[in-house]
Design a binder for this molecule. Structure first.
Ligand SMILES: NC(=O)c1ccc[n+]([C@@H]2O[C@H](COP(=O)([O-])OP(=O)(O)OC[C@H]3O[C@@H](n4cnc5c(N)ncnc54)[C@H](O)[C@@H]3O)[C@@H](O)[C@H]2O)c1
Length: 255
């Protein structure tokens, strides 16, 4: 497509092999942008690239764990080879499952924070200075409705997603006058691989029905519905959005 909303732009999108990150990567590419996705899972990344259907100079992947310096460096290098980095979407996330507070495994807690907070922090650190020097850039962090309201049983996840909300705000304030917009999307329950554990549970139907009930809209989100909000915040159409925390949750946190 020519003349799209991301024509000539370059994005790094983590978690681009599945769910919301995949829908965002496809949307960015359809808008004329070039994209580097970061994925742990090589097959998922390859499938997203084949759905995008463009050559490697327009869409490529870095397979690795976004929490490592090597992967972060490789991402910035791959995107830099395409041009100046205009957009960073920190989409990959780790849930860690449910556990009682008094039996919460500290290593699991650390891993949740590594993927959901430290990794984005590290990647932002690698791109934001050059964005500020150019006076142009958009960073979109993917939090969760569970980062806005408390949910028992997912303590580490909820705390990490709240952390990324306020990291968004603090960075947004510092960079607002330097041409870099930092914003955040908080999805409600979305039908992706993120729910694979729930889907495999013996009472999966009941759990899905409960999720649907939790949201006033009465159903789960589709990944593309969340991706649209991310793409809006990444685009020039959101030129006055700075430090926005956009709930895309079917009304869950409006209650
Ligand atoms: N699905 C939901 O119900 C829901 C609700 C609220 C928020 N979210 C958030 O939305 C974001 C996207 O979730 P999704 O539902 O699309 O999940 P998903 O599982 O479909 O996709 C996430 C992808 O990220 C990749 N990934 C995970 N950790 C990684 C790492 N360390 N390095 C590189 N890649 C990694 C996974 O391999 C996976 O392909 C996450 O941050 C999640 O916390 C999801």
């Amino acid at each position: 497509m020519s003349g799209g909303r991301f024509e000539g732009q370059v994005a790094i999108i983590t978690g681009g092999g599945s769910g919301i990150g995949r829908a965002t990567s496809i949307g960015f590419a359809q808008g004329g942008g070039r994209v580097v996705i970061c994925e742990l899972d090589a097959d998922r990344a390859a499938e997203t690239l084949s759905l995008i259907g463009k050559g490697p100079h327009e869409a490529t992947s870095v397979i690795g764990d976004l929490t490592t310096a090597e992967t972060a460096d490789a991402l910035v290098a791959a995107a830099g080879a395409m041009g100046d980095i205009d957009v960073l979407v920190n989409c990959a996330g780790f849930g860690g499952g449910r556990a009682a507070y008094d039996s919460f495994d500290p290593d699991l807690w650390a891993r949740i924070f590594a993927v959901n907070v430290d990794g984005p922090f590290q990647l932002i650190g690698r791109v934001i200075r050059q964005m500020a020097e150019r006076g142009k850039g958009a960073i979109v962090n993917v939090s969760s409705a569970a980062g806005l309201v408390g949910e028992p049983g997912i303590y580490g996840y909820s705390a990490s997603k709240a952390a990324i909300v306020n990291l968004t705000r603090a960075l947004a304030l510092h960079y607002a006058s330097r041409g870099v917009r930092v914003n955040c999307v908080c999805p409600g329950v979305t039908d992706t691989n993120f729910l694979s554990n729930v889907r495999a549970a013996p009472d999966a139907d009941e759990l899905f029905a409960r999720y649907a009930e939790m949201m006033p809209i009465g159903r789960l989100a589709q990944p593309s519905e969340v991706a649209e909000a991310i793409l809006f915040l990444a685009s020039d159409a959101a030129s006055f959005c700075v430090g926005s925390v956009l709930a895309v949750d079917g009304g869950w946190t409006a209650q």
